[in-house]
Design a protein around this ligand. Sequence first.
Ligand SMILES: CC(C)(COP(=O)(O)OP(=O)(O)OC[C@H]1O[C@@H](n2cnc3c(N)ncnc32)[C@H](O)[C@@H]1OP(=O)(O)O)[C@@H](O)C(=O)NCCC(=O)NCCS
Length: 193
Amino acid sequence: MTSPELRLVPARPEHVDMWKALREEPVSRRLVPMESSSRESLLARLQEATHDLSHPTATNFRWMVEWDGRLIGTVAARELSRFHGRVEIGYMLSSGFHGQGLGTRAVAGVVARLFEAWPFLHRVWLITAEDNLASQALARKLGFTHEGLMRGHYLVEGRRKDQQVWGLLRPEWEARRAHLTFPFARMHDPAHG
Ligand SMILES: CC(C)(COP(=O)(O)OP(=O)(O)OC[C@H]1O[C@@H](n2cnc3c(N)ncnc32)[C@H](O)[C@@H]1OP(=O)(O)O)[C@@H](O)C(=O)NCCC(=O)NCCS
């Protein structure tokens, strides 16, 4: 029996309700410092994002994570600076699929493609909540370094919390990648079958 396939598919406007529901799951609300967003604003973000890494001017990219034919999460790369060679990533999986290694495989698939596709890319970074141990473990596993703390940076359920900054430089990724033995999620572009 073959194991189910983990794919990164282009995020499209029709994913808006799935994405909204994902953001509203209790675990996401507790651990991800997000402001609540209307369906319209999420739709606008989906319309604005692309999956095309060869686009000459795009700065925001998003994929949905598909596991065994079901959409289970999303990974984004945002505020790409071609001048500075850096991009921020974010990720979120539905809670029924946490803790099986799928998040790490999905984010690894995106990070690998970003470094491959963009020779100018030097730094991938992310922010995560101080109590988001799964996200921190994922980052550590992919070779990110915990670089700093933004104190009192966000509010979750009325409580002010600190936010961590993590970064991964190209040589660190190249060294780390050589030791990662799990299968990365594969990017699937329907335009190319
Ligand atoms: C963060 C998230 C993407 C991680 O994905 P996942 O598939 O659940 O994580 P994985 O199974 O790949 O595990 C990654 C690491 O975290 C560890 N981990 C998982 N859940 C954990 C938990 N609750 N506490 C501590 N460590 C945990 C795993 O053991 C693994 O480390 P290891 O390989 O060294 O053992 C997922 O939990 C999620 O979407 N959470 C809600 C949204 C969110 O927090 N997004 C990130 C915002 S920065």
